[in-house]
Design a protein around this ligand. Sequence first.
Ligand SMILES: NC(=O)c1ccc[n+]([C@@H]2O[C@H](COP(=O)([O-])OP(=O)(O)OC[C@H]3O[C@@H](n4cnc5c(N)ncnc54)[C@H](O)[C@@H]3O)[C@@H](O)[C@H]2O)c1
Length: 437
Amino acid sequence: MGKGIEISKPSGKLGVLLVGLGAVSTTLIAGVEAVKLGIAKPIGSLTQMGTIRLGKRTEKRIPLIKEFVPLADLQDLVFGAWDIFPDDAFQAASKAAVLDPSLLKSLETPLRNIKPMKGAFEQKWVKRLTGTHVKVGRNKKHLADQIVTDIKEFKDKTGAARLVMIWCASTEAHTTIKPEHQNLAGFEKALEDNSPEISPSMIYAYAALTAGVPFANGAPNLSVDIPALVEMAKRNNVPIAGKDLKTGQTLMKTILAPGFKARMIGVRGWYSTNILGNRDGEVLDDPESFKTKEESKLGVLQYILQPELYPDLYGNVRHQVRIDYYPPRGDNKEGWDSIDIFGWLGYPMQIKINFLCRDSILAAPVVLDVALFMDLAQRSGMKGIQEWLSFYFKSPMTAPGLYPEHDLFIQLMKLKNTLRHLRGEELITHLGLEYYD
Ligand SMILES: NC(=O)c1ccc[n+]([C@@H]2O[C@H](COP(=O)([O-])OP(=O)(O)OC[C@H]3O[C@@H](n4cnc5c(N)ncnc54)[C@H](O)[C@@H]3O)[C@@H](O)[C@H]2O)c1
């Protein structure tokens, strides 16, 4: 066992600042409050329930992750949020209708206390919403300054010792990296000039980095994933991560596709459709927001299957993704996957998956883990892109020129080896020959 990295203690409260107080955010907050009260378990959260093997299998050292690395305790979490509607967390959670009204009722007091700060918003980026609780500013730099002030006021009010910010707001319209995003000086000028190329999610990310607050992006829009903000994160020694939480259908894809590839089973087609009835579904009904999501969902298979290395198996995969807004289904999304595979001598087979999932139930523990690990990263002196958190994202951010790793099991190994590295433990290669010497 080596020395490891010096990690400062998670003393005091950790403020979790959520952009967007919708289905995911309120399910997270209510869940954490329920766990704090001892009336529910943090199922789905690796930081709370996961273990990590250390050393040789014969040593039988398998602590809980939260006992192995110094993470903030759930009792020390305090939440703040921004939204473009004024509903407090209780009202927003009730409207999202993810959790039972009786559970919400028992958490009413802490939820009522979370009232969103006014959002930085521009409707061209989320066409389906017309915000009523929005900031007004001379230009986009002025909006960023207001968010920095919100952050300071939140810290003073709650006494939080440290903060993290996570974008859990609606998916913004599709865009690509423009000259305004290329470097920090140009980005700051574009903020002052009120450039139409700067989206609200970029303004929040800029404000977080200005205040030295780690920023993670739970949605597929670019946000912090632009060269200017990557540069700023490194300069200000702040960790960043994204994009797009890996939850329902894509989680399944990144579990199954590595399995097919491991056994050299061919894939001819993968048709995925989602029926979704929550506000996220309504926003994604707009073709421009859907395009951002589609791009994020489509990338996964290409990288896992590596058609350039396996042209006979994956050189001709038809991958199609649909999202249909269907209000009766609410947050209980239904995902259909129809997968055309082929085996020995090219004989075709089919797999059908009908995932009756609950979007925000899957997303909430992911946001919790990302918040706790981003705080750990900052206390460990890690800055810039945190690729070891790829495990949680559909479109993981990577260093320029590096392709993202999508295979869930490689991502998990990367995450756990990073934790071992931080604590000076031997990295696990799974070679295991020594057991037979
Ligand atoms: N639930 C999942 O499984 C999952 C998975 C991956 C990504 N996501 C993404 O997470 C995000 C949140 O999902 P959700 O189901 O909670 O959606 P939601 O529509 O319930 O909540 C989003 C909230 O963001 C607010 N908002 C929009 N623009 C804002 C702005 N500029 N500033 C502040 N608030 C703003 C909206 O008013 C809304 O209350 C979406 O982008 C979604 O695509 C969700």
